[in-house]
Design a protein around this ligand. Sequence first.
Ligand SMILES: NC(=O)C1=CN([C@@H]2O[C@H](COP(=O)(O)OP(=O)(O)OC[C@H]3O[C@@H](n4cnc5c(N)ncnc54)[C@H](OP(=O)(O)O)[C@@H]3O)[C@@H](O)[C@H]2O)C=CC1
Ligand SMILES: O=C(O)CCC(=O)C(=O)O
Length: 436
Amino acid sequence: MSALPGSDYAKARIAGLSYLNPAAPEPWASFVEQIERVRPYLGDLERWIETLKHPKRTLIVDVPIERDDGTIAHYEGYRVQHNLSRGPGKGGIRFHPDVTLNEVMALSGWMTVKNAAVGLPFGGAKGGIRLDPKSVSKGELQRITRRFTSEIGIIIGPDRDIPAPDVGTNEMTMAIMMDTFSMNRGGTATGVVTGKPIALGGSLGRREATGRGVFITAREAARHLNVPLEGARVVVQGFGNVGGIGARLFHESGARVIAIADHAATLVNEAGIDIPAALAHVAAKGSLAGFAGASAIDIEDFWRLECEFLVPAALEGQITPQRAEGIRTRIVVEGANGPTTPAADDILRNRGILVVPDVLANAGGVTVSYFEWVQDFSSFFWTEDEINDRLERIMVGAFNAIWQIADEKQVSLRTAAFIIACHRVLEARAERGLYP
Ligand SMILES: NC(=O)C1=CN([C@@H]2O[C@H](COP(=O)(O)OP(=O)(O)OC[C@H]3O[C@@H](n4cnc5c(N)ncnc54)[C@H](OP(=O)(O)O)[C@@H]3O)[C@@H](O)[C@H]2O)C=CC1
Ligand SMILES: O=C(O)CCC(=O)C(=O)O
């Protein structure tokens, strides 16, 4: 991308739109390749496959704000609705300095597949702002979030497209988005976003849901491979919402989390890390830097640690072919979206390492978002036990259906999940007929 001329806006736009070019940069190219792998299994629906390689709607917005020092700053924001065949768009909002249109397109495509793979009545969407949220004040962040919400307000809504948290965003971001959308509309619309604070129509269990889904699918995979959880060694990259909760649930199950990493520190303790202490440290200090319960390790050595579960829960493209050759685990559980490149995926499969793909492993978050949206519409709220029971049923049901297809067709769990999802999406598309 750096070779492209023009402003950041133009570069992102060119890179993003290069999905028609087979040499398109990651991660959209990874998504397209994953779709292509399903082609032989689509039967008559194959004639619709290009639908999945073309995001339905792509919005790029300029987000200008007055900074605290009186200067004006501009940020680029995106909302991509990849597919709406099965229902309103659904997917998170990312605030991160490396966000590009290309990335948001891929993330929206994975949402389409994820929502269909677990049977949620949603299409796929995703959004983001190219911004380091730690680089601005609280007031600036609120102004950016409000302006962004107003700009994408022309395409989101409770029955159109429903954002949620992702990297760099949280319940507070969702509260501000809900408030801004509601002010612009002239009436409170709790169902426009999920992952809200409980007091604003949020759901019990949503904060923990993605990590819980990661743990449930890891447990199911372990059951199939006869890997005992008790004493199992676990390595987790990313110690935010997904990695932090996932690590805590492994820890509580009797597994031994031997290594954790965030941007600031990569840490190992073969005896097992005290995860509640590490979480308390991050809550107090903002990162793992300075945590005393483990020793620093080189990032490449981190990927070569011997373990039973490896959980990438940070960003895309972390498991490269080179790293895949050195990984020593039984099961990779993808907490992050798109952490494994297609070439690395093949290497892991050839080496007999099971990969529980993102579109299944991290679907717990959007599943409880679905519960939140349903609760908001009916204004009738469920207990945490009801939510966790329903989450468990959906995750285990989806895991078993995907496992069965993988077994029947002798494909990876990822391709099996894509087969199920693409059938559902393209069948809905075909049933709706052609536009006039
Ligand atoms: N939140 C959700 O409900 C869902 C999230 N996901 C996916 O899970 C992943 C993580 O999201 P989430 O936990 O919400 O995000 P958070 O912002 O809560 O946490 C992200 C974590 O990843 C760390 N990280 C970022 N870059 C690196 C790196 N290069 N090396 C090591 N650690 C790194 C961050 O560290 P630091 O803070 O130091 O930067 C932080 O600990 C993303 O891929 C997201 O799309 C998927 C489904 C739902
Ligand atoms: O909860 C949601 O709606 C979406 C979560 C998300 O962005 C994801 O699953 O990647």
